[in-house]
Ligand binder design. Structure first.
Ligand code: ADP
Length: 242
């Protein structure tokens, strides 16, 4: 009964094509859920619906007891849902700290901002520590490595204190070392937030995932514990067939 996100019978149609075809998904408060599936399975479309970017043709999306269907994107952000995109949203000429500070200010009315400068700084400092970039706080974001930039984007999201974070392939293009640090970061973040991660990398899933939902051709193929999901012949068939 403590589900933060509850999706039932979700349908999304592009032209005549059914990108999502009766998807049910329940994410409990405090969960770290991984969403996998081959290209074209509907993963990004699912995130687009949750964040108000795509409109469903049918079904329901309920977040903290309220329906999200038909709400504009900015209202959904205000309800505490944040997402990363595959394209970067970092301001390269601003410092790492300024990027976090700017993101943290998005959710605050101006008057509260002026009153709470100190409080905001604490959020920013805590965020910099959490994403491991405190030592680079005064460097321009443009000099960051690919992995550091991904962490900064995650930091910009958590500085807005969302309840639900939706991360689209956060370890894509990262080195092994950066993947490990990202896995640890996700585990940390999931202590304070509910997190849904779209990820392809099976090795990464084995190390950091517990609950996994597999999408295939717009439907939920299998769902459950990572070991059981990976051993499932239907999942192996879909992945070997790639
Ligand atoms: P995934 O993220 O799992 O790779 P997507 O959600 O991006 O899959 O896409 C699911 C299917 O919907 C794909 O076949 C894709 O081509 C199609 N699709 C996605 N967005 C659109 C769109 N705006 N117009 C038409 N087809 C789309």
């Amino acid at each position: 009964m403590s589900a933060l996100l509850e999706i039932r019978g979700l349908e999304v149609v592009f032209g005549g094509f059914r990108a999502l075809d009766g998807v049910d998904l329940t994410v409990e408060q405090g969960e770290l859920r991984f969403l996998i599936g081959p290209n074209g399975a509907g993963k990004t479309t699912l995130i687009d619906v949750i964040t108000g970017l795509a409109r469903p043709a049918g079904g329901s999306v309920t977040y903290a007891g309220a329906s999200l269907v038909g709400r504009p994107e900015h209202r959904i952000v205000r309800l505490g849902i944040g997402r990363t995109f595959q394209t970067s949203v970092v301001f390269e000429e601003l410092t790492v700290l300024e990027n976090i500070d700017l993101a943290a200010s998005f959710r605050r009315p101006l008057a509260a901002l002026l009153r709470q400068r100190r409080g905001t700084s604490e959020v920013v400092a805590a965020t910099l520590e959490r994403i491991g970039l405190a030592g680079l706080a005064d460097r321009p974001a443009g000099v960051l490595s690919h992995g550091q930039r991904q962490w900064l984007e995650i930091g910009m999201l958590i500085a807005q204190r969302p309840k639900l974070l939706l991360l689209d392939e956060p370890v894509a293009g990262m080195s092994q070392d950066e993947r490990e640090r990202t896995g640890e970061l996700l585990t940390e973040i999931a202590k304070d937030h509910t997190v849904v991660v779209v990820e392809h990398d099976m090795e990464f899933l084995r190390r950091y995932a517990s609950q996994v939902t597999v999408l295939h051709e717009g439907k939920v193929l299998v769902e459950g514990d990572v070991a059981a999901v990976q051993a499932d012949p239907r999942v192996q068939e879909v992945y070997l067939g790639r």
